[in-house]
Design a binder for this molecule. Structure first.
Ligand code: MLT
Ligand code: MN
Ligand code: ZN
Length: 303
């Protein structure tokens, strides 16, 4: 199984268009230790031929352009793509807007929870994905299914919340019905497997049980501390209010993973405010000491 990190940043990317925080200003100025990053997405393939995208970011077109494996194969026809499926882990803009860049007419299968598919169905702009070409398949929660591309996928609910644009009806924090899901992907022939959880509000007992002993987990690395956006004057929201568990602190993800025995741990969906983006920072040293890696755009993993 081959994994390619297409984008390692959270919504907004790095640098974010309207952001003058220390990191964003620094990366624009070419400060050493800071690399630009596109928005959250991973591509996975069993054979390197047929690819499944885990989330479709607003940066999908340049991500495809930067990834030769996702380009049409010579001689494969005039309207063709190795992208066979897209799986969504929630309905947030940074994970669904790229679907609009896949509208030019080729066949792929769209998988998501029933709740996220309902959010897409309520938004007519996604009708540009013709139903005859792009079937939308609801994922059962807690049950492995075979998806196109020859991979096995188990989606499971994780503590999260509805998409930001659905918050008019109230933030609905802590929902566990599939507004936010984690994914366990497995290659049946080899048993190679990994978890992808780019958004998660809390590691509860159920999630800890699932992740225990896993060979590889790519996990929500949005914020280092819960109050970081407030402290930097960027927003009045805590991480908890955004549905993102922070890395640091006694209730953070590093602490929650400490005893789970997960062999390889990689932070993804990293917000531009996060000090771990800066190589050489104390916070980067701290996550590395705790056994974590920071994903970068273009990172490839073979299982
Ligand atoms: C998030 O991860 O909190 C979302 O990407 C927020 C957003 O849609 O801007
Ligand atoms: Mn996001
Ligand atoms: Zn910023």
């Amino acid at each position: 199984m081959i994994l390619k990190v297409l984008g390692s940043a959270a919504g907004g990317g790095f640098p974010q268009a309207n952001c003058n925080c220390r990191n964003c200003a620094g990366v624009r100025a070419g400060e050493p230790g800071l690399e630009p990053r596109t928005q959250s997405s991973l591509a996975v393939s069993r054979d390197g031929e047929s690819w499944v995208l885990l989330n479709a970011s607003p940066d999908l077109r340049p991500q495809i352009a930067a990834t030769p494996a996702l380009a049409p194969r010579p001689g494969a026809g005039v309207r063709t793509s190795p992208i066979a499926a897209v799986v969504l882990t929630n309905g947030d803009v940074d994970h669904v807007a790229g679907l609009l860049s896949l509208r030019e007419g080729f066949r792929f299968t769209l998988y998501a929870s029933a709740r996220v598919l309902a959010a897409l169905a309520a938004n007519r702009i996604f009708d540009v994905l013709a139903p005859g070409l792009v079937p939308r398949v609801p994922l059962p929660l807690g049950q492995a299914v075979e998806i196109v591309g020859g991979l096995e996928l188990e989606a499971y609910p994780v503590p999260g919340k509805v998409a930001l644009y659905l918050e008019r009806a109230g933030p609905q924090l802590g929902t566990r019905e599939g507004d936010t899901i984690g994914l366990l992907l497995r290659e049946p022939a080899t048993g190679a497997a990994f978890h992808y959880v780019p958004g998660c509000a809390e590691i509860d007992a159920a999630l800890a049980g699932r992740l225990r002993g896993a060979p590889l987990v790519l996990f929500d690395g949005t914020l280092y501390t819960d109050e970081e956006l407030i402290a930097q004057g960027l927003s009045d929201k805590t991480g908890a209010r955004m549905g993102h568990l922070s890395m640091a602190g006694p209730r953070g993800s590093m602490a929650a993973f400490a005893d789970l025995g997960v062999r390889r741990r990689i932070f993804v969906h990293i917000n531009n405010s996060n000090p771990v983006l800066r190589a050489g920072s104390a916070e980067r040293a701290e996550v590395e000491r705790a056994g974590w890696e920071i994903a970068s755009d273009g990172m490839e993993i073979r299982l």
